[in-house]
Design a protein around this ligand. Structure first.
Ligand code: CO
Length: 209
C-alpha cells in the first residue's frame, strides 16, 4: 500500500523524468497553457483523463464530477466551460462517461445515499424518460450501460445548448462537442456518434430550437 511519503517520492521521480526527456518542459508550462481540449468526465479514480488519451500536462483542460454531469445551473461546471471556450479557445469538448459508473447505478437504486441523491436527480429523471427503452434490456449491467450512454448524450446536449457554445458558433468558431463512453474493462473509449459542431447540428440532433 502506498503512503503519503511514497507519493512525494513518486512526484520527485516523475518531475525528474519529465525534465530528463525535455529540459524545457516545466518552463514552457509556466509561460502559458494552451490546451485544445476540454474534458468533462467522472470523478471515478479508474478514469484518469490525461492518461487515457495519452496527453501531457498543458494539453487537456479538465472538469470532473460524479457521473460526468453538465448541469445548466451548476456554477462550477459553467465557470470551467466559459473559461475553456472564451479564454482557452478549445477546439473540442469531450463529454466522457464510463460503463459501470457508480453514480449512474446509484441513481437507479431505491435506497438513500445522502447528498449525492440530489446531485444525481438528472439521471433519475433521464431513466424515467427512457424507461420503455431501458425495460427492453436485461436487468442489471445492460440497462446500466445504456443509461451511462444516455447520460453522456444528455450532457452533450446540455453543453451544445449552452449560451457560451451558441455564442462561439455564432462567431464562426471551430468547436465540436463529442460524447464518449469509456470501458474500465478494456481501457477503450467508444465514440457514441453524437458529435455536434454547430447550432444546426444541435437542433437536428436534439430538436430543441
Ligand atoms: Co462514474
Amino acid at each position: 500500500m502506498t503512503v503519503i511519503r511514497d507519493l512525494i517520492d513518486n512526484n520527485r521521480n516523475w518531475a525528474k523524468g519529465k525534465t530528463e526527456v525535455d529540459p524545457d518542459f516545466f518552463a514552457r508550462l509556466v509561460r502559458q497553457q494552451s490546451p485544445s481540449y476540454l474534458w468533462i468526465g467522472c470523478s471515478d479514480s479508474r478514469v484518469p483523463a490525461n492518461e487515457i488519451v495519452g496527453l501531457d500536462p498543458g494539453e487537456l483542460f479538465v472538469h470532473r464530477n460524479v457521473a460526468n454531469l453538465a448541469p445548466p445551473q451548476d456554477a462550477n461546471y459553467l465557470s470551467v466551460l466559459q473559461y475553456a471556450v472564451e479564454m482557452l479557445k478549445v477546439r473540442d469538448i469531450l463529454v466522457v462517461g464510463h460503463y459501470g459508473c457508480g453514480g449512474v447505478i446509484a441513481a437507479t437504486e431505491h435506497t438513500h445515499h445522502g447528498l449525492i441523491d440530489h446531485w444525481l436527480t438528472p439521471i433519475r429523471l433521464l431513466a424515467t424518460e427512457h424507461q420503455a427503452e431501458l425495460d427492453l434490456l436485461p436487468e442489471g449491467k445492460a440497462r446500466h450501460d445504456r443509461l451511462c450512454e444516455l447520460n453522456v448524450i444528455r450532457q452533450v446536449r446540455n453543453v451544445a445548448m449552452n449560451p457560451f457554445l451558441l455564442a462561439a458558433w455564432e462567431q464562426g468558431r471551430d468547436l465540436t462537442v463529442h460524447g464518449w463512453c469509456y470501458s474500465i474493462e478494456n481501457g477503450l473509449v467508444s465514440d457514441l456518434g453524437v458529435s455536434i459542431s454547430n447550432r444546426t447540428e444541435a437542433k437536428d440532433m436534439f430538436g430543441d430550437r
